[in-house]
Design a protein around this ligand. Structure first.
Ligand SMILES: Nc1nc2c(c(=O)[nH]1)N[C@H]1C(S)=C(S)[C@@H](COP(=O)(O)O)O[C@H]1N2
Ligand SMILES: [Mo]
Length: 312
């Protein structure tokens, strides 16, 4: 297995980084870089720019990345079938190159159509080791490579109408055996504040390898404090809009799924507990953390933590 991105920051080093950055103890995310130790020098210089858009992120304990073969073979991607193994076993019919992402909507002054190659040329690829928690109460830890969504939004020049971001994924029955399972493209959404948060990533790779068809090639959303259904795969459009987008799972089953979908062990799914999670690729279960462990970074976005609206 490749180990370069799964290396965990040595305890002493991240303690030092956390002290330098004055971070709280409960902050859990870890920006891992292939050039981690080079970046570390920069981070230890108080005048140096931070790698996460000016906002520091650190960990309170090392977390171990899930193996790549497991990440690539246990999937939810209903356009390729409903079973966990269907997406990885489906014929490779998704044409991921060329691929363009259209950025538009009433909330942008500079709309554009970007080829994946343009996005790679215009933005730095960052490495982030994140916890990943599906609403079905299983979890992994994934070393993503990608572009902060904030950078893509900034390039589109958002205006005052940009209240929400709507994501639309590929919908093509020639490329996907079960394209029409939801009666249209898979839709997801974030508030603009969530979308420009430094933890929010447009992932293009895992373990420094391009995304596979089953993991949402060539570009998918990653929002580590939310349930996995927010992580829309194979995105073709990003629109900045005024109205809250009606995301696919909310539309499919509004009793069980909503818009915010922030992880919270105290708010159970109507049909199962969310208090703990099965760690895919390891033994047993672990307790689920509020905001999937990223509370110090994101809790400020939600004024009332007792409001169920934010947690399903
Ligand atoms: N287009 C699309 N995106 C999707 C899904 C899907 O069915 N279609 N499933 C979601 C769900 S429920 C989860 S948990 C994650 C799974 O991502 P993974 O297979 O890379 O673990 O993708 C999300 N993105
Ligand atoms: Mo999920």
């Amino acid at each position: 297995m490749p180990v370069k991105s799964s290396d965990i920051t040595p305890q002493a080093l991240f303690m030092q980084r956390r002290r330098m950055l004055g971070l709280g103890l409960a902050s859990l995310s870890l920006p891992l870089a292939s050039g981690l130790f080079a970046d570390e020098e920069e981070l230890l210089d108080p005048d140096a720019p931070l790698s996460l858009g000016g906002q520091a992120v650190a960990v309170n304990k090392p977390i171990t990345a899930t193996r790549l073969d497991i990440i690539n073979s246990y999937n939810n991607y209903y356009e390729f079938g409903f079973g966990k193994e269907d997406p990885s076993q489906a014929p490779k019919t998704l044409i991921t190159s060329p691929w363009s992402v259209t950025v538009g909507g009433v909330g942008v002054d500079n709309p554009g159509i970007y080829d994946i190659a343009d996005l790679h040329a215009e933005h730095d690829i960052e490495n982030r080791l994140y916890r990943f928690r599906c609403v079905e109460a299983w979890s992994m830890v994934v070393p993503w490579n990608g572009i902060p969504l904030a950078a893509i939004i900034k390039a589109a020049k958002p205006n005052s109408k940009a209240k929400y971001v709507r994501f639309e994924t590929l919908y093509d029955d020639k490329q996907m055996p079960n394209a029409n399972w939801a009666g249209g493209p898979y839709i997801e959404g974030l508030t603009i504040a969530e979308a420009v948060h430094p933890l929010t990533l447009m992932a293009t790779g895992i373990y420094d390898e391009p995304l596979q068809q089953q993991t949402g090639a060539p570009i998918r959303l990653v929002v580590p404090w939310k349930y996995g259904f927010k992580y829309a795969k194979s995105i073709v459009r990003i629109d900045l809009v005024e109205e809250m987008p009606r995301n696919t799972w909310w539309r499919q089953n509004p009793q069980e799924y909503g818009f915010y979908a922030n992880v919270n062990p105290k708010f159970n799914h109507p049909r199962w507990s969310q208090a703990s999670e099965r760690v895919v690729g390891s033994f047993g279960r672990q307790k689920t953390l509020i905001f999937n462990g990223y509370a110090d970074d994101v809790a400020y976005l939600y004024p009332d933590l007792s409001d169920r609206r934010y947690f399903y």
